[in-house]
Ligand binder design. Structure first.
Ligand code: ZN
Length: 359
């Protein structure tokens, strides 16, 4: 099978498969933007609803879009917030859109496909994701069927708008039913989109169901389009699903784990909080040339963590993002080596955050 191997964005071409670090409000947590630029990170994913709440569209318009606001030199994907249905309690789905309520500020934002399109135009991201209806795992067929039709109706409205220089991706829903996925894929690929995401996967379902949906849905998407698997970023899933044809991944996996003290290495995850590192004067990963591995031993990092030094989160996040870049490079250039690295993450295939158990 021939998959597309690059994606052309307004700020340059990127090779596929690519992993997008999460920058919910434009910034990657704990790492200043100049470092993200220095590291050569080419694409980030932000959330358009969160950006609308803070800093707000007025600020983003004044700075000529999100890149002007954050100083990032690469490209942004922006999510429409549909996935938030799974994460936030304060979300209400209505026929014409989704009502979000921000817990911190108490502000409510009603997002319809038209509003989502307008918001993402003003943010000036390179890739805008359509607003979709993404039901949680465990719903009945009727609910998934409803989400297929609603997502299609919203997709029609969303794809009717075009923003120069911005690509727009459709989202395929359909739960865990092969027929519904087929229906959604047929409907969505009939609309004018530049790429497609498989939504509503890896949300708590057994791996067999994820695999079933992927094997049934991927062949229905014409090969010239990039396919994005949202919310997936552990090495073993990236390896497996990139082999199946997925070109774009995103996840808080490297950044969230870093903030909790878990470093990613070619030999598997390392729990830096573990007392066994008290007298380990080596770096997190031998051969890694990141800033953290150049200047800090595991002993020093453990001390920083013990003393609640804020630089700990920065240092481990920098290393983990460096690891993800090296891992994605291996997938494209030394597949056997990538396989052997991914195997070290075998035990954590269905989990995003509990890698500490094996560290
Ligand atoms: Zn490193």
């Amino acid at each position: 099978m021939q998959f597309i191997t690059e994606l052309s964005l307004s700020r340059g071409r990127v090779e596929l498969p690519i992993f997008l670090p999460v920058a919910t409000r434009g910034f990657v947590k704990a790492v200043p933007m100049q470092k993200i630029n220095e590291m050569g990170i080419k694409v980030l994913i932000s959330n358009s609803v969160h950006l609308t709440i803070s800093p707000g569209l007025e600020t983003l318009e004044k700075t000529n879009g999100i890149n002007g606001y954050t100083g990032f030199k690469g490209s942004y994907f922006t999510d429409s917030g549909g996935f938030q249905i799974l994460r936030e309690e304060l979300v209400k789905i209505e026929k014409d859109g989704i009502l979000f309520k921000d817990r911190k500020s108490g502000k409510s934002v009603k997002v319809t496909p038209e509003i989502s399109s307008e918001i993402q135009s003003k943010i000036r991201s390179d890739v805008a994701m359509m607003l979709d209806d993404c039901p949680p795992y465990g719903e009945d067929k009727k609910r998934y069927s409803e989400s297929v039709l609603r997502t299609y109706e919203w997709g029609k409205k969303f794809s009717a708008f075009k923003e120069p220089g911005q690509k727009r991706f459709g989202i395929i829903q359909g739960g865990f039913d092969a027929d519904l996925r087929r229906e959604s894929a047929d409907l969505m690929t009939s609309l004018e989109f530049d790429g497609f995401a498989l939504g509503g996967l890896k949300i708590g379902e057994p791996k067999e169901l994820t695999d079933l949906v992927l094997t049934k849905t991927l062949p229905l998407i014409p090969k010239e389009f990039p396919v994005y698997l949202m919310g997936v970023g552990d090495p073993i899933s990236i390896l497996e699903y990139s082999e199946a044809g997925i070109g774009v991944f995103d996840s808080t996996y490297p950044t969230r784990n870093a903030r909790h003290g878990f470093a990613l290495t070619g030999d598997g995850p390392v729990n830096l909080k573990n007392a066994k590192h008290s007298y380990d004067h080596g770096p997190i990963e031998l051969g890694c040339s990141c800033e953290t591995c150049t200047y800090y031993s595991k002993t020093k990092l453990r001390e920083l963590h013990k003393n609640e030094d804020p630089s700990f989160q920065y240092l481990v996040t920098v290393h983990n993002l460096d690891f993800m870049q090296r891992f994605m490079h291996l997938i494209g250039n030394d597949h056997e080596k990538a396989k052997s690295v991914a195997k070290k993450y075998n035990k954590i295939i269905n989990s995003e955050t509990n890698i500490g158990k094996v560290g």
